[in-house]
Design a protein around this ligand. Structure first.
Ligand SMILES: [Mn+2]
Length: 313
């Protein structure tokens, strides 16, 4: 349960600019509608400007629509700072996972002297940079942008100068140009099972604690969460990011990049309850719900809204 002194305030950032497939921009509103259906119309929402009209960038192969994305992330950063300044707790419902760049930047910029721990619940590691990305989709890069990593040692792409410019702007979002926003040693992955070699290299080099499906099966999700929180006990604030594709494809019927061997619903409920009740929680993000791809009558938005209610109550 979210502690009583935390006044939840939802931020809807519908950008799906960072995704390879369109349509996750409708995810946040679908979740909001489900929350209303479930009897929670009193929750506070801020809906940010729609940024999904994309310009055609000249050479964007390794950072698609990065200039549009920067604009959307600055707005999300500013909104998170605004919500925190009003002593409210930001819950970010976002289109695709590149929104974590704006969300976590906002938490850090609102708390520049605090050490931020990150719990990333996802099938993917999202540690690519324009230099290593196989797709150019920025939803595979948010953690590298936030941690200020280029991974040039394993570079395979020749990146255009202007993409490099915008990439550096993404790293430095905020008036004080703080970068990195968090340290990789303060990151824990839960459920990661589909990452590329360049990402595993970062995980190994930085010693990022990574709980894969086998670990979750062996230890149970409660123990995994206890260990996660122990690993981050020296951090002042936690940023929790929950990608819908962390769930097993049986449940994650409406998300862009499903991957087998994911979390089941009981495990997800324990994650929401445990992490939302943690006093150090600074912001909570839920992302990559795509009702337009949902093969089961928008069930994904229902699943996510039910998880949120479990966490809030
Ligand atoms: Mn992700």
């Amino acid at each position: 349960m979210l502690s009583a002194d935390k006044n939840p305030h939802f931020i809807i950032s519908n950008s799906d600019i960072g995704a390879g497939k369109r349509g996750a921009s409708d995810g946040p509103i679908a979740v909001k509608d489900e929350l209303t259906h479930l009897g929670y119309p009193m929750l506070e929402f801020d809906i940010l400007e729609n940024f999904n009209i994309q310009t055609q960038y000249l050479d964007n192969s390794f950072g698609k629509h990065i200039e549009n994305l920067l604009e959307a992330m600055v707005i999300l950063n500013d909104k998170v700072i605004d919500v925190i300044s009003k002593n409210k707790f930001p819950i970010i419902l976002s289109g695709d996972h590149s929104n974590a760049i704006g969300g976590l930047s906002g938490l850090k910029n609102a708390n520049p002297d605090k050490t931020i721990g990150v719990i990333w619940i996802d099938a993917h590691a999202d540690l690519h940079s324009p230099y290593t990305t196989p797709t150019g989709n920025i939803h595979g890069m948010p953690l590298a942008a936030l941690a200020g990593i280029d991974n040039q040692e394993l570079k395979k792409n020749e990146v255009a100068e202007d993409v490099i410019y915008y990439w550096n702007e993404l790293k430095n979002i905020g008036i004080h140009n703080i970068s990195p926003k968090f340290d990789l040693k303060n990151l824990v992955f839960i459920g990661v099972r589909d990452a590329e070699d360049q990402e595993w290299a970062i995980i190994e080099k930085a010693g990022i604690i990574t709980f894969e499906p086998d670990d979750i099966r062996a230890k149970g999700i409660k123990k995994i969460l206890t260990e996660t929180l122990q690993c981050l006990s020296h951090c002042d604030l936690l940023y929790i990011s929950f990608d819908a594709d962390s769930l097993d494809p049986e449940i994650s019927t409406g998300t862009g990049t499903t991957s087998p061997d994911g979390l089941n619903i009981e495990q997800a409920e324990i994650i929401f309850k445990t992490l939302m009740s943690n006093p150090k929680i600074g912001a909570f993000e839920i992302t990559e719900v795509n009702p337009n791809l949902d093969t089961n009558d928008k069930a994904m938005a229902k699943v996510i809204s039910n998880l949120l209610i479990k966490g809030l109550n």
